[in-house]
Every structure is written in structure tokens, then in C-alpha cells.
Write a protein that binds this ligand. Structure first.
Ligand code: PMP
Ligand code: GLU
Length: 403
């Protein structure tokens, strides 16, 4: 059978599914690199730090102790207990082990939660710019994403009034990340309270709060919406180890949710993947019980790099920026370049601009379309100061050629 006829056998579900744009761009950058090109990769959102030593030591011990068997689907009890304690300590969330389901990354935690809550035709309000995988996940659950936009002038914050307007009798959930990927926007306690007060009277609306960048916040105290009494029974908090602990490849994330929702996530996961890797669970246990020293060191580096990128990018006045308060991304508006050309390539979209910068400047970024903001591009500043300096120099040089 040739590949065209095999394609016709694929399910409509997968034909309609968009490939993850972040992973797509990372693959393109790797391809170019394999050809010997010196590419600066600011596309994939992952810490450039190694996993801290005490976490690695716990994993090595787990291997030597033959901790190599299936564990309970939602993870070993010690890990779930430790996560529940962390959520009490850091987030004022009243959780027990029975409320926690550990998954293969926050990505699986999110799809578990969406599949557990969303029926075909249900509406899920998503704050835009949003992380690329939210819309495809809602689509897989046959739900309908309803977008509420934040604007760059306001640091990309969604207003409570706009949230209120988006609610309909079909709304089942509200989904956002804070700090946000791709904008780094962080909602304050007061802002989250306004959202909670709007959602609370609607008894059928759940909140899915993606807090994976919790430990990478630069100002003020972090707040979790699930800590408000009026929505605590309807909030699914998603978090994980990838970002704060530099553990992207270990694949450990979790939901903390009311027991019925946690049980539903457990049931779904039990049919899809079972528990995440036993060794990675031991590593995560060492992370969550091991203090915050390494987190602080990384956070300080991200803050310094944020300021560095903001400073350097001032040299390119056509790029419109703002100040991200968390995560490690800048999501500037580059629409001033649309319609311009270097004589060879005409830039019509942010995707054209990203491809131009990849091919001409050898800097990999991600265009804003998959994040719901076609006028923007995402720059990850989880890279060395030296790489960031060189990347912005190359970007400026290439952009200066667009007339
Ligand atoms: N949520 C957001 C906002 C993310 O940026 C990511 C990945 N970078 C994830 C969830 C998934 O993280 P992971 O599966 O690596 O835990
Ligand atoms: N979430 C990270 C990013 O936004 C990693 C890639 C992915 O999982 O999509 O780049």
C-alpha cells in the first residue's frame, strides 16, 4: 500500500489535528543543525540547566534498588503525599494524596483533565495568547474553544469583563496558564479573585489552572486560584517538574483536583499509559522534598536574561514589547515587518518572519499563530547570556534588511 492510500485510512480525528508548533519548529532547527549550520535555538520552551544533582542521585539509587516495577497508576503514595504537602505549603490548597494524579508530564495531566470534563459540544474558555497544545486537546475531546484575548498593551492580561462576556450556558471550563506560555503574564491574587467571583455562581463551570511555571515568577507572591473558597471544589490545578526543576525529559506532571475528577483522570490514564516511569517518580520525590535552592538559582538567571533580552531588543524599535513577569518567554508584536522584503523574501505573516530568521539569521523562534496571536513571535530566553546576545544581534541584522 502506498503512503497516499494509507493516509486515507487515518481517522478524521488525527487528520484534523495540528502538529505541535513548538515541537515542529524545534525539529526544523535540529534538521538545519544536522546540516552543520550553527543554529541558536530559542524555539523550544525548556530550561537550559541540568537537573539538580540531588534529584539525579535519587534516580540512580532507584535504579540500583531495582525500583523497576509498575507503580500504582496515579503514582507511588509517598510522591502523592509529598505533592499534597507542597500544595498546602506553597499554594494554600487543601489536598490529600487521593486528590493527586501524577502523569507523563503536565501535558498528559492536562489532556486527562480535559477528557475527564469536556463532553462533545461543551465550550472551554481559553485565555489567549494560549499554549499551543490547549486547542488541539479541546478538539480531541470534541469540545469548542472560546477564545478571550489579552492585549499586549495590557501585558496580555484578560479582563474579568471579557471573561464574563464569554460565558454561555454551554461553558464547561475555563483554561489558562499563569505564568503564561507564551507571554509570561502572571495574574495577581486580586485578579484571580475577580475571575473566581465571576465563575463561582455558575455551578457547572470548572477551572483548569496550568501552574507549571509557578516557580519562575519575578514579582510579588504567587497565587493559585484553587485556594479561593468559592471555586476550590471546581478547580483542577495542573503543575509539574519540567520547568521549575529543569526536568523536561523525565516526564512528570500532575493534577490536583476534587476526588471525583482525580478518580476520572486516574481511570483515563489507567487505560492510556498507566503510571509514569517509576525511576522518574523517585526523582520527582527528591525534587519536591529537596528544598528550593536550585529553583532560586535558575529563577535569578531567567530574570537576568529577561532583562538582558528586553535591553537588547530596544535596539530594534519596530518590535513592540512589554515586560513578562514570569516563565522564560518574550512574545513581542512583529507586525511592523509584515509586507516588507529583503528583495528575495516577502514577509506576510509571523510564520514567514520565523522562517526568514531561521534561514537567514539561523535563529529558531516560534511564530505566534499556534498561540492565538498571529502578529507575534515567541522568543525563549532559557539560553545562555552569550547565545541571547548573539541571537538578538543576528535577528537585528536580518530585520534591518527588510524594507
Ligand atoms: N503547560 C504549559 C503552559 C507548558 O508550557 C508546557 C510545556 N512546556 C506544559 C504544560 C507541559 O509540560 P510537561 O509535559 O513537560 O510537564
Ligand atoms: N511546552 C514547551 C514549549 O512550549 C515544550 C514543547 C511542547 O511540549 O510543546 O515550547
Amino acid at each position: 500500500m502506498n503512503s497516499t492510500s494509507i493516509k486515507t485510512l487515518l481517522s478524521q480525528r488525527v487528520i484534523d489535528l495540528h502538529e505541535s508548533q513548538t515541537l515542529e519548529m524545534a525539529a526544523k532547527a535540529r534538521e538545519l543543525e544536522a546540516k552543520g549550520v550553527d543554529v541558536i535555538k530559542l524555539s523550544l520552551g525548556e530550561p537550559d540547566f541540568n537537573t539538580p544533582d540531588h534529584i539525579k542521585a535519587a534516580a540512580k539509587k532507584a535504579v540500583d534498588d531495582n525500583f523497576s516495577f509498575y507503580t500504582p497508576v496515579p503514582a507511588i503514595l509517598d510522591l502523592r503525599k509529598a505533592i499534597a504537602e507542597k500544595l498546602k505549603r506553597d499554594n494554600q490548597l487543601d489536598m490529600k494524596a487521593e486528590n493527586i494524579v501524577v502523569s507523563t508530564g503536565a501535558k498528559q495531566a492536562l489532556i486527562n483533565a480535559i477528557l475527564a470534563l469536556v463532553n462533545p459540544g461543551d465550550e472551554v474558555i481559553v485565555f489567549a495568547p494560549y499554549w499551543v497544545s490547549y486547542i488541539p486537546m479541546i478538539q480531541l475531546a470534541e469540545g469548542k474553544a472560546v477564545i478571550v484575548n489579552g492585549k499586549i498593551e495590557n501585558g496580555f492580561k484578560v479582563s474579568p469583563e471579557d471573561l464574563k462576556k464569554a460565558i454561555t450556558p454551554k461553558t464547561k471550563a475555563v483554561l489558562y496558564s499563569s505564568p503564561s506560555n507564551p507571554t509570561g503574564t502572571v495574574y495577581t491574587k486580586e485578579e484571580l479573585k475577580a475571575f473566581a467571583d465571576i465563575i463561582a455562581p455558575h455551578e457547572n463551570i470548572y477551572i483548569i489552572a496550568d501552574e507549571i511555571y509557578e516557580y519562575i515568577t519575578f514579582e510579588g507572591n504567587y497565587w493559585s486560584i484553587g485556594a479561593f473558597e468559592n471555586v476550590k471544589n471546581r478547580t483542577v490545578t495542573v503543575n509539574g517538574f519540567s520547568k521549575g526543576y529543569a526536568m523536561t525529559g523525565w516526564r512528570v506532571g500532575y493534577v490536583a483536583a476534587p476526588k471525583e475528577i482525580a478518580d476520572a483522570c486516574n481511570k483515563i490514564q489507567g487505560q492510556f499509559t498507566s503510571a509514569t516511569c517509576s525511576i522518574a517518580q523517585k526523582a520527582a520525590l527528591a525534587a519536591v522534598t529537596g528544598g528550593t535552592e536550585s529553583i532560586q538559582v535558575m529563577k535569578e538567571a531567567y530574570l537576568r536574561r529577561r532583562d538582558l533580552v528586553l535591553e537588547l531588543i530596544k535596539e530594534i524599535p519596530a518590535i513592540k514589547t512589554y515586560v513578562p513577569q514570569g516563565a522564560f518567554y518574550l512574545f513581542p508584536d512583529v507586525s511592523a515587518y509584515f509586507g516588507k522584503s529583503d528583495g528575495e523574501t516577502t514577509i506576510k505573516t509571523s510564520n514567514d518572519l520565523c522562517m526568514y530568521l531561521l534561514n537567514k539569521a539561523h535563529v529558531a523562534l516560534v511564530d505566534g499563530e499556534g498561540f492565538g496571536a498571529a502578529e507575534c513571535i515567541r522568543i525563549s530566553f532559557a539560553a545562555s547570556d552569550e547565545s541571547l546576545r548573539e541571537a538578538i544581534r543576528r535577528i537585528k541584522e536580518a530585520l534591518d534588511k527588510l524594507k
